[in-house]
Design a protein around this ligand. Structure first.
Ligand code: C2E
Ligand code: MG
Ligand code: MG
Ligand code: MG
Length: 282
């Protein structure tokens, strides 16, 4: 396996390379044993409320190690997990872990979890979430599920039904990576998202007048439809200033904080008086 630049990440396979299918199969096998072998974990990235500067929520992001400890990026293993069905078990594990390791305490009010359309389409998914909530004693209003504009985007009545069941549990539904495909607009028509996360590619472009105008148009579209707006990928103070100027509700990105394990999140809160201490268990 070839190592890719500096980050202790493996380049497992290139889907366009016919020789790579073996490595994709290796990854599929690894995913089957990952939970039992303690190879998966969650890290949490802060989401800040722009107006108050408070920690509004954290997003749970999955991490996978190979047996030698090398990290595999989610952009590689999530598509394989979706193709092989492992995403169902991994997804349940993630929700249970979020409830047990984070929401059981009161230092974070809201956690957003990425949920694949494959999970939403699977009969009994909402019921399995209800079971996890019951077993961990966590109320649904402390969870948000992020749905991405992905490949599995054809509108499915099962998905819409599942989403309304999740809402009945009090779980917020967010649209992730908005603006990266055409499907997002169809989703917006059909689902009343609490929050829309605008993909970080729009921030990259907004150094140019054209890119800035584009971002403003997207913000207006989302806002006029009554959704709260989160911009992803805020990396600099200049971008942060722009977010204040645009009246963005929530921000996430390396400027706000990098993803960290649950233990670091608690430690950070104890050390940094702002913005973490203003958090009360609301
Ligand atoms: P996402 O849900 O859009 O998550 C945001 C990604 O952007 C994360 O990458 C995060 O580390 C990265 N990021 C955050 N702030 C910045 C920034 O300021 N600059 C840059 N360059 N990047 C930033 P990560 O953790 O590699 O996750 C990639 C994608 O994998 C996620 O995108 C999500 O679609 C998927 N994913 C991760 N965990 C899960 C999971 O538990 N379940 C599912 N179904 N998908 C997941
Ligand atoms: Mg996400
Ligand atoms: Mg995103
Ligand atoms: Mg994204």
């Amino acid at each position: 396996l070839a190592k890719a630049g500096g980050r202790n990440c493996a380049r497992l396979f290139d889907p366009t390379d016919p020789q790579s299918s073996d490595e994709s199969e290796n990854l599929a096998a690894l995913l089957k044993i990952a939970i039992g072998q303690d190879l998966v974990s969650l890290v949490y990235q802060p989401i800040k409320d722009v107006a108050s500067g408070r920690l509004e929520a954290v997003e749970a992001l999955m991490r996978l190690k190979m047996l030698d400890g090398t990290l595999v990026p989610p952009s590689l293993f999530i598509p394989v997990a979706e193709r092989t069905g492992s995403i169902l078990e991994l997804g349940r594990w993630a929700i249970r872990t979020v409830c047990a390791e984070l929401l059981a305490g009161d230092h974070v009010r809201l956690v957003s979890v990425n949920v694949s359309p494959i999970q939403l389409k699977t009969p009994g998914f909402a019921a399995s979430v209800a079971t996890i909530l019951g077993e961990t004693g966590v109320t649904g209003n402390r969870l948000a599920f992020e749905i991405t504009e992905g490949l599995e985007m054809e509108m499915h009545s099962d998905i819409l039904r599942c989403i309304s069941d999740l809402k009945l549990l009090g779980i917020k539904i967010w649209l992730d990576d908005f603006g990266t495909g055409f499907a997002g607009l169809s989703w917006l028509r059909l689902i009343d998202f609490d929050t829309v996360k605008i993909d970080r590619s729009f921030l990259h472009d907004c150094a140019t007048p054209n890119g800035k105008a584009m971002l403003q148009d997207i913000i207006a579209l989302v806002r006029n439809r009554g959704h709260k707006i989160l911009v992803e990928g805020v990396e600099t103070e200049e971008q942060m200033a722009l977010m204040r100027e645009f009246g963005i509700d929530k921000v996430q990105g390396f400027h706000v904080g990098r993803p960290v394990p649950a233990a670091n999140l608690q430690a950070k809160r104890a050390v940094q008086r702002r913005p973490f201490t203003v958090l009360k268990s609301a």
